[in-house]
Design a protein around this ligand. Sequence first.
Ligand code: ATP
Ligand code: MG
Length: 562
Amino acid sequence: MKNTYNNNFIEKIISKDLKNKIHKKIRTRFPPEPNGYLHIGHAKSIYLNFYLAKKFNGRFHLRFDDTNPIKEKISYVKAIKKDLTWLGCIWDGSEKYTSRYFNYLYEYAIELIKKGLAYVDKLKKNEIKKYRGTLIKPGTNSPYRNHTIEENLFLFKKMKNGEFSEGNACLRAKIDMKSSFIVMRDPILYRIIFSNHHQTTNTWCIYPTYDFAHCISDAIEHITHSLCTLEFQDNRRLYNWILDNISIKYKPKQYEFSKLNIEYSVLSKRKLKTIIEKKIVNNWDDPRLLTISGLKRRGYTPESIKNFCMKIGITKQENSVQLSLLESCIRSDLNVRAPRIMAILDPIKIIIYNMNDSQKEIITVPNHPNNKKMGNRKYIFSKEIYIDRSDFNEKKSNNNIKLSYGTFIRLRYAYVITVTEIKKDNFGKIVCLICKYDKNTFRKNPTKYRISGIIHWIAKENILNAVFNIYKPLFRIKKPDLEKTYLPFINENSLVKKNGIVEKSIIFNSKNNFYQFERVGYFCIDKDSLDKLNVKNHIITFNRIVTLKERKNNKLLKKQQR
Ligand code: ATP
Ligand code: MG
């Protein structure tokens, strides 16, 4: 994929503005509404704003766009700050809140009323909608549109004083009900909401709309380049109209870029909330969600998310990014950094009959095949070992790369073995393989054997029981967002739990909580389990971050989703 990040079209605009001395220093902002947790789409916006501010030695603000107390919560404010910090995108100065500007916003609303550019409308919500018209039908003026300035000032104060009930009055800009841009058909500037606000408690019962508050907040903060996603393209007219008609001096400019969509997922907070409320996933940080906290719990690193944002670039084209691109970013990060260990998701016992019961060998194995600095660890080899059931085949097939009668398999870092007997229980399930090892094959491949493969294994003395969470995409189709309802396309098998084993010699590292299980995939210890590592008899739970190799094709993906 072409790198469209460096010198993307917004960066070019900024370079030009600085060259032409339109601004001395730039200022960007990330303006989340605290009505849910951040997702990877937000990360795209965060990195862009942060990157530009750093690149041009400017300032980067975090501003909570908190204009709707019904949907917002202080816990979301906290979670958003935590996510930005984890991503490494620290904002300059203290965080800002639109609610801190409510007094100014109120005064600017009064100014518009005084200029005859805003009026109090008493139409009901559904009537306003009807009067607004459609893309092909112009709107109609509200019967309240011609109130005098005095009447409007009086009514707006009444709104502020709580003398109207919710839905019985709102403040609207007086622009043009016939405009071909629906946003310009007398947009609502203030509405009545009787609800406690997480910052201003019960000071206000009228709240500015996004459109009214956003441009003014940008101007108050001297944001030079106000970056948002393409769905706000039409709103840019209103953004400029408001700033042009009030006495504020600073005039920021809005630029739009395309939203991030990722295959097999939905990103809107509203949809994510529904998925959580319906208990399809556990919470906002469920590792199956592409929320920042979900990705963190899944084992993604901030570096991999940043790398992903750089790779997808910044354009004006709407598209859906392949999930495999996100996966390849974490895979290449972990390939370099993750220590290797052995784990077996579906263990089967092996008894090496030509070893003594007490025989135990300590061998030295590297923690990373290509990075000596990561050191070595001691690994036990003994009479009873475990391998993965999938590495064994009862019947030998033509291109058999597995252990079966007549094949020779190398145990990673150890000896060559072959099966001599298969033990089954009363139901015919294989419970144990009796094998023979050749003691002259320690890390050697004598020509007398045709070695069909190298497999991972763990000795009985080195076992730790573990649960493995195997995650698959949350949706069965690539673009659930394009469907009328996305819920029927949920993948019922997005989480499979497996009971297996991991080597005891694992070195717990809460800072770099990631491991490559050799031949299996990249895993991390789940957050809840990490907290309980010292608890007696705690069975450790790992999350699969990503498989070792990219899924070859969609057929395979479909199979995995079943
Ligand atoms: P959602 O639809 O997920 O609720 P939102 O746009 O309502 O998203 P906000 O909290 O208002 O969420 O967004 C903060 C910023 O993040 C906005 O500037 C918005 O344009 C940007 N943003 C939101 N979703 C995406 C996305 N998928 N890709 C890129 N930027 C996004
Ligand atoms: Mg929003």
